[in-house]
Design a protein around this ligand. Structure first.
Ligand code: PLP
Length: 399
């Protein structure tokens, strides 16, 4: 590999909630155990060097005044979307800056819905959708994903249709690839969903923040590429933040082809007067959306595939009663520990705390609508992933 995915970074004191804010306030990591950050969705790898290089070069010019995004900003996005996702015909006009994907989701919903409206989302659900949409006065209607005979999470189209009809729904969030289930939706699945949305005139916010992180053998299909109708009824959200570990720099973007929706959403997101780009995050994006960035992401996806394969096999071989579907994208595992908890007479709370005590800082899956769920981030050097699973065997999933 050209890039470094094996060095264990010490992120302590370096502005990382992953290691400095343990999400279980009443539990202490026992002495002698290091913190292995496996919760919040950022990575424990150094990003591609062209990103800090671009930022550092820009900081050397010591004036950071008002600015307009450069042509390179838009060109890099157009090129990235073309090469990585096969998108044809994207132009600058359809691209718009968003401070964050979630803010973009909310702005879009403010245009598509009245306050108190119902929005269709799939369950398990990324916690950020729940918080940001409920915080803005929307009600989420959950349509549960169902595992098929091979354990693959699928949309339940009948249930979606029933809920759309009964609850008079006209807006949906589609998470593609899906966090936390790790699905990279197949074309027929997206076609079927978009056909349903067309039938009932449901507008779609397609959150594709994870689109670059697909595991070996899987390819992301942008929702807007499904059909001309899908192109016009979908507001798509992207960011370099998951791809390159840039969440702390802030800087996402939308792609909206429908001119009416685009103008209304831009107006809506302008209202706070906060939704503006930071000059250094512009350089971060152009540094990442480059040839070097592409090679780095290819290598990253190989590393993530190895970690997922290791963890998936390990769980199946060692933790009887813990169920997990093999992810196809993202770097998240979503464990269902119901059988294990019931067999061992342990609550999901107790189980999670046992992990945290030995430094495995995983995340409560209940706010994602997994009753016995735990979300685990695998974007760490393999050595740390192995160490975490050894600790789980020795001290957590014990009889
Ligand atoms: C599906 C999904 N959307 C959005 C976000 C957050 O994006 P942002 O920080 O740009 O609001 C995350 C972060 O984990 C995510 O998983």
């Amino acid at each position: 590999m050209k890039y470094d995915f094996t060095t264990i970074m010490d992120r302590r004191g370096m502005d990382a909630i992953a290691v400095d804010n343990i999400p279980y306030s009443d539990v202490q990591v026992k002495e002698g155990f290091s913190v292995i950050p496996m919760w919040v969705a950022d990575m424990n790898f150094q990003t591609v060097p062209t990103i800090p290089e671009a930022i550092i070069k820009r900081t050397e010019h010591a004036a950071y005044g008002y600015f307009e995004p450069r042509a390179e900003y838009y060109d890099s996005i157009v090129n990235w979307q073309h090469v990585r996702n096969g998108v044809e015909g994207l132009t600058k006009e359809a691209i718009g800056y968003e401070n964050g994907v979630l803010g973009g989701v909310v702005s879009a919903m403010n245009v598509l819905c009245s306050k108190g409206d119902k929005i269709l989302v799939h369950a398990p659900t990324y916690i950020g959708f729940t918080h940001s949409l409920e915080n803005n006065g929307y009600h989420l209607v959950l349509s549960s994903l169902k595992q098929d005979a091979d354990g693959i999470w699928r949309m339940d189209y009948e249930d979606m249709e029933k809920k759309i009809k009964e609850e008079h729904i006209h807006a949906a969030v589609l998470c593609s690839p899906h966090n936390p289930c790790g699905r990279v939706w197949e074309r027929w699945e997206l076609e079927k969903a978009m056909e349903l949305y067309r039938k009932y005139d449901v507008y779609v916010v397609s959150d594709e923040i994870w689109s670059d992180l697909t595991l070996t053998g899987y390819r992301h299909i942008p929702t807007q590429m499904i059909s001309e109708d899908a192109k016009m009824r979908t507001i798509a959200m992207y960011a370099p933040s998951k791809t390159f570990n840039l969440a702390g720099l802030v800087g996402s973007y939308h792609i909206i082809y429908n001119p009416y929706l685009r103008e209304r959403i831009r107006k809506e997101s302008s209202l706070s007067h906060y939704n503006t780009m930071n000059v250094l995050s512009m350089y971060a994006l152009t540094g990442g959306y480059s040839e070097a960035g592409m090679q780095w992401v290819d290598e990253l996806c190989q590393v993530l595939t190895e970690n997922v394969d290791f963890a998936y096999k390990y769980i199946r071989e060692h933790f009887e009663g813990v169920e997990v579907s093999r992810p196809q994208g993202t770097y998240m595992l979503f464990l269902d520990c119901q059988k294990w908890c019931e067999t061992h007479n342990v609550t999901i709370d107790e189980l999670q705390k046992k992990g945290v005590k030995v430094g495995v800082i995983w995340q409560d899956g209940r706010p994602f609508h997994g009753e016995y769920g735990i979300r685990m981030n695998l974007a760490l050097p393999k050595q740390l992933v192995e160490e975490a699973f050894e600790r789980l065997t020795k001290w957590v999933f014990v009889d």
